[in-house]
Ligand binder design. Structure first.
Ligand SMILES: [Zn+2]
Length: 316
């Protein structure tokens, strides 16, 4: 309760209200394009590098390894540290045969949400967090820095910035770190199946898988592959234009691997999806050599900015 001796006139009260209301308005001098550029400039390469090193440091993120729930909990805790108090593990049961042994396990997608001004529609932003190695023993070592700590870093960084700079999206944004991609796109299949059964209206899904490697960093310009589907060609064109407007990257589309990552089940379910991937082939793919030194954080930052520009523009 306010002390009795503190009084101010209605005139002062009105002045304070005008100042407060003015501070809450969007700056009319800032255009949509300028806002998209300014918020994508907040993407920080040191942040991306720190997420990648942290995920790599877990030793293995193989979906069938003993620590796989701990990995999911750690990612959930990272969302919570950004202020996503609803971040949770969403479980599904998976029976899988790997190298002639059958495993039955619970798997865990990690989901965090930013409610939209219009909560009828959802934009999904995702990347898989598991890894596998083909030569060694994935139960003990699968660092997966580029594949796909880099993609998870993209999702985390967008979530961090949206919360930190209080971006209130038009549509609800659902951030998802997918489980068990490497052994059959299982996390994304479970996620989209549940969404379809719930009648969720997913406006678009943006996937990130292997986004931090560039073969010759000195050879400019850098490129990014924006993979699209039969129903998302127009979205791809818009993404390419936003990429050109907001980053130094040259966008192109090579859809060869369209069905090899978590965007594919969303397309199959009838939703529009885009899949951001680096332009160059990287030969430590699915080996124990996929460590942080493979990643170029400045390149990764550019790819994240390209993807983030789409998310913010569609939710301005
Ligand atoms: Zn991958």
């Amino acid at each position: 309760m306010m002390p009795r001796e503190i009084r101010y006139s209605p005139f002062i009260h009105a002045i304070i209200m005008i100042v407060v209301l003015a501070a809450c308005q969007k700056d009319p001098e800032i255009t949509r394009e300028e806002y998209v550029l300014s918020i994508t400039e907040k993407v920080n390469s040191d942040s991306l590098g720190s997420y990648i090193s942290w995920l790599e440091g877990m030793g293995t993120r193989f979906a069938l390894a003993d620590n796989h729930r701990e990995v999911a909990v750690e990612i959930r805790n990272r969302f919570v540290s950004f202020g996503y108090n609803d971040a949770r593990l969403d479980s599904f049961y998976l029976t899988k045969t790997f190298r002639d042994i059958t495993y039955s396990t619970w798997q865990y997608n990690v989901i965090a949400s930013m409610p939209g001004r219009n909560q009828d529609n959802i934009c999904v932003v995702g990347a898989h967090y598991d890894d596998v190695v083909s030569g060694g023993d994935p139960f003990t070592l699968a660092p997966g820095a580029n594949d796909n700590a880099s993609g998870v870093a993209a999702v985390l960084e967008m979530a961090r910035i949206i919360k930190r700079y209080r971006f209130r999206p038009e549509h609800t944004i659902r951030f998802v770190a997918f489980a068990a991609e490497e052994i059959g796109l299982n996390g994304s299949i479970d996620c989209v199946t549940k969404a379809a059964m719930a009648g969720d209206r997913i406006l678009m899904m943006i996937n990130h898988d292997m986004i931090s490697y560039v073969a010759d960093p000195g050879a400019r310009p850098w490129h990014v592959n924006i993979i699209y589907y039969d129903n998302s060609e127009q979205l791809r064109d818009e993404a390419a234009a936003l990429c050109t407007a907001n980053t130094s990257l040259v966008p192109y589309s090579d859809n060869t691997y369209y069905n090899r990552s978590d965007s594919y089940p969303f397309f199959v379910a009838g939703f529009r999806a885009l899949f951001f991937q680096q332009g160059d082939f990287e030969d430590t793919y699915h080996t124990t050599g996929d460590v942080s030194s493979v990643c170029n954080m400045e390149y990764c930052r550019e790819v994240v900015r390209a993807s983030f520009a789409v998310l913010v523009d569609k939710n301005y």
